[in-house]
Design a protein around this ligand. Structure first.
Ligand code: NAD
Ligand code: UGA
Length: 462
């Protein structure tokens, strides 16, 4: 079979793998190759045990792999043979030097640009898929076009907006596809090539084109706005706990204003995930660099409230459990940063587990998909940690359950049986507000939701 377009993606991670699988599925006349420096990751993509868990991903990969989707470690060959190159490598927060803890670490990004330059034998379109500081495309252009050998590179920005746990659905029915380019003849032509690929399945009115800097910046700003909503409702949850209001009722009332809308207003133990924190800090760093300190302070407060919310959860546990957790056994239901993923990057559960161990509690970690990552995250931390997949067995003999991830399975467990198996008084701290609190209370638990009055059997608190 001859293919109309050949596409390479450098970086076979949470974004590169699923995004390319969707392009391969929707564009059978495109040949899509995904490469990575990590041979184990590539081997996993070529196996029955994919490196990431996403609902619907196994089916998508099974339908396309070996047909027009290939995973490989041959980066040089990939660059030589493909004219459209997505770059989807990781862009973590810098951990050293100037900007440590704030700025984006662009070393993987720049390495990729230099590799593309070194191995290209023909002109190419290079697409920023990773989330990057605004103006990164300029650096990419400068590196790529530094040789005068007749090979020309057009750089596009095409940020990804998928959320983990719903990646396949988000890729199939995106709210929007954003493509930024230089507004030159070449830039506009390259932009159109990418528009044509997405137009195979995305309605035209959802494909948005813009100048390249607006596109880069829109990605950071989208994540900042989403995280800001969570920090806003979490800040209010603290007030609700003092004022005996119920944060779920407040968010319902507020979200019914069609100008505000109901989504992303669930109070919680704070947001996690690989991107919100890093992208906001990146935005903050950019603003400071441009001398916009008031703007930087504003966005930084979103991260500060998130840290505050996680510490508050621990303090509430301590306060409720008579100011000592030492020697008490606490079961963590959920370790992933959200439901329907095994990803634990920046999961609030990591912070909470660490803090509980600092308080000398024993912890039992339970999660249907994230135990492998949890073991890695908690490796080397002093204290007693057990990993038990079954949530009922995990809770046995515990003094408290802390629900940290909103997995559906926790809603329908046999709570009377769980209560009977626990030390008394038994506590539930529902960090996601997903349980039937009144029912748990009636069974005998002392129940502490987020942003709602606790339901306890202690007379002085009633
Ligand atoms: P990831 O860490 O899962 O994957 C990145 C991959 O790139 C890794 O497998 C790594 O081995 C590979 N890599 C690094 N340098 C390389 C090189 N020089 N050559 C080849 N491969 C290389 O990261 P991710 O979660 O897929 O995120 C990628 C980018 O997408 C980030 O900028 C992130 O901010 C952005 N993003 C992520 C999500 C998400 O849900 N995870 C959503 C939208 C955007
Ligand atoms: C987020 C964005 O939603 C995506 O659009 C974006 O592409 C992606 O980041 C990225 O750039 O990486 P993701 O982190 O996968 O996606 O998941 P979200 O659904 O946004 O949840 C993030 C965190 O916020 C989770 O810990 C979740 O539990 C928490 N959250 C979410 C709340 O605490 N309350 C809410 O109301 C919503």
């Amino acid at each position: 079979m001859t293919f109309e377009k050949t596409i390479l993606c450098i970086g076979a991670g949470y974004v590169g793998g699923p995004t390319m699988a969707m392009i391969a599925a929707q564009c059978p006349r495109c040949l899509v190759t995904v490469v990575d420096i990590n041979p184990e990751r590539i081997a996993a993509w070529n196996s029955d045990n994919l490196p990431i868990y996403e609902p619907g991903l196994d089916e998508l990969v099974r339908a396309t792999r070996g047909r027009n989707l290939f995973f490989s470690t041959e980066i040089e060959r990939g660059i030589r043979e493909n004219d459209i190159i997505f770059v989807s490598v990781n862009t973590p927060t810098k951990s050293f030097g100037l900007g440590a803890g704030m700025a984006a670490d662009l070393q993987y990004w720049e390495k990729t640009a230099r590799q593309i330059l070194e191995f290209s034998e023909s002109s190419k379109i290079v697409i920023e898929k990773s989330t990057l500081p605004v103006k990164t495309a300029l650096a990419m252009e400068r590196i790529l076009n530094c040789r005068e050998n007749g090979i020309h590179f057009d750089v596009l920005s095409n940020p990804e907006f998928l959320a983990e746990g719903t990646a396949v659905r988000d890729l199939e029915h995106p709210d929007r596809i954003l493509i930024g380019s230089r507004e030159t003849d070449n830039g506009l032509k390259a932009r159109q090539t990418l528009v044509d690929i997405y137009a195979s399945w995305v309605p035209k009115e959802r494909i948005l084109t813009s100048n390249i800097w607006s596109s880069e910046l829109s990605k950071l700003v989208s994540n900042a706005f989403l995280a800001q909503r969570i920090s806003s409702i979490n800040a209010i949850s603290a007030l609700c706990e003092k004022a005996e209001a119920d944060v779920a009722e407040v968010s319902r009332a507020v979200g019914m204003d069609s100008r505000i809308g109901p989504k992303f207003l669930n109070a919680s133990i704070g947001f996690g995930g690989s991107c919100f924190r890093k992208d906001i800090l990146n935005l903050v760093y950019l603003c400071r660099n441009y001398g916009l300190d008031a703007v930087a302070d504003y966005w930084e407060s979103v991260v500060k409230i998130n840290d505050y919310q996680q510490e508050r959860f621990i303090r509430n546990m301590l306060g409720a459990m008579f100011n000592t957790l030492a020697g008490k056994r606490i079961c963590l239901w959920g370790f992933a940063f959200k439901a329907n993923t095994g990803d634990t990057r920046e999961s609030p559960a990591i912070f909470i587990a660490r803090r509980l161990l600092e308080e000398q509690a024993e912890i039992v970690v339970s999660d249907p998909k994230a135990l492998k990552n949890a073991r890695t995250d908690l490796a080397g931390i002093e204290g007693q940690i057990r990993y038990v997949e079954d949530p009922l067995l995990a809770a046995e003999g515990c003094h408290a359950i802390a629900l940290l991830t909103e997995w559906d399975l926790y809603r329908t467990l046999d709570f009377p049986k769980i209560f009977d198996s626990m030390a008394k008084p038994a506590f539930i701290f529902d960090g996601r507000n997903i349980l039937d609190h009144h029912r748990c209370f009636d069974i005998g638990f002392n129940v502490y939701p987020v942003g709602k009055p606790p339901l306890t059997h202690f007379l002085e608190e009633r």
